[in-house]
Design a protein around this ligand. Structure first.
Ligand SMILES: Cc1cc2nc3c(=O)[nH]c(=O)nc-3n(C[C@H](O)[C@H](O)[C@H](O)COP(=O)(O)O)c2cc1C
Length: 327
């Protein structure tokens, strides 16, 4: 089990316990003590097996857009239990959700010490790419390999996206970001290119309040901006209407753009299209013409709280190869 640790003493205790058990990698007392000291103020995750700390990882901000995997260790008895990967997954999700673009990590380059060769292979298997080797960064006997990972690839953003239903930071979302998000939406595919989805970006405080006042039970109460998704139910060909598919593709594109730009959102459709037809009242408030209907709202803003990642079924339960049910 992976836990995010906030208590500074607990962080120092766990990092000491783990690093002192890994003297092959952390043999210099002075730098080990520095890792332990600094870990207290860093985002910190611990891995447990039967309530025993098996390892930990902490991150350090090295630039406005970059987090460094500052230190990570898993006790030898717990190697090959998948803790390293789980710790890294938690840290990566945190960096991504908090708007960072890159994660870097430094280690001794491959080909110098066997123990560090394993570390290099581990980082590469996580998806890190070689950035540069600085021969003298530490000293000539320990050439420093810097690895980097972009958190802003489409694949990473898809992994990082989840519905956020918490409170938002009270700061406006710049128009250029809202425009980039809306562009992602209208660039989505649509059946026969009918482009049946239209959008209204709402960032005016008064208008936001009017919309929020209609939503019962309330959602997105503190969102500093919102995108209202409109759909035109026309046929793409013969009697085939793809309007639902069209706006779904547009919404997913926008959710990904929102996360990529460091914001959070949630696909609020069920909530406003139920029997009480909140969507129609929203349409009235923002002046939507009769041939279009409001189908969804997407709040946009920076997350103030951590959010829950819902469990997803296992890959094998939902995906087959070649024939249904074949693994
Ligand atoms: C068509 C559709 C309608 C949705 N409507 C709502 C909604 O009204 N309220 C809500 O809180 N979440 C809504 N969601 C979000 C889902 O609950 C959410 O995607 C799902 O629980 C999976 O969680 P994840 O987005 O974090 O992966 C909707 C999602 C879809 C695709």
């Amino acid at each position: 089990m992976i836990r995010f640790i906030e208590d500074k003493d607990e962080k120092r205790k766990i990092s000491r316990e783990v690093l002192e058990a890994l003297k092959e990698w952390f043999e210099v007392d002075e730098s080990r003590e520095q890792y332990i000291r600094e870990s207290a103020d860093q985002p910190f995750w611990a891995a447990y097996e039967n309530d025993v700390p098996a390892g930990f990882l902490c991150l350090k901000e090295t630039g406005k857009e970059t987090m460094e995997l500052a230190v990570m260790g898993v006790k030898k008895d717990f190697h090959r239990h998948g803790f390293g990967r789980k710790l890294f997954a938690a840290a990566k999700a945190y960096a991504s959700v908090n708007g960072y673009d890159f994660i870097q990590v430094k280690t001794v380059r491959s080909g110098v010490y066997e123990d560090y060769d394993i570390t290099n292979e581990f980082y590469k298997s996580l998806g890190f790419k070689e950035l540069e080797v600085f021969e003298e960064y530490w000293d000539a006997a320990n050439p420093c390999q810097i690895y980097v990972m972009s958190l802003k690839s489409a694949m990473e953003t898809m992994k990082a996206r989840h519905s956020y239903r918490g409170a938002f930071v009270q700061e406006p979302v710049p128009r250029e970001d809202l425009i980039a998000i809306a562009n992602a939406g209208i660039n989505a595919p649509s059946g026969c290119n009918k482009q049946t989805t239209e959008l209204v970006i709402v960032d005016d405080k008064e208008m936001l309040e009017k919309i929020k006042a209609l939503i019962d039970p309330p959602v997105a109460k503190t969102a500093p901006a919102m995108i209202v998704v409109l759909s035109k139910r026309i046929n793409a060909y013969r009697d085939k209407c793809f309007a639902t598919q069209d706006y779904s593709a547009a919404i997913e594109n926008m959710l990904l753009a929102i996360v990529e730009l460091g914001y959070q959102s949630c696909w609020y459709e069920g909530h406003i299209t139920d029997d009480d037809r909140i969507c129609d009242r929203i349409a009235e408030v923002i002046g939507v013409p009769g041939d279009l209907g409001v189908v969804c709202i997407l709040p946009v803003g920076k997350a103030l709280e951590d959010f829950k990642v819902p469990p997803k079924k296992a890959f094998e339960e939902r995906v087959s190869f070649n024939r249904f049910g074949e693994k």
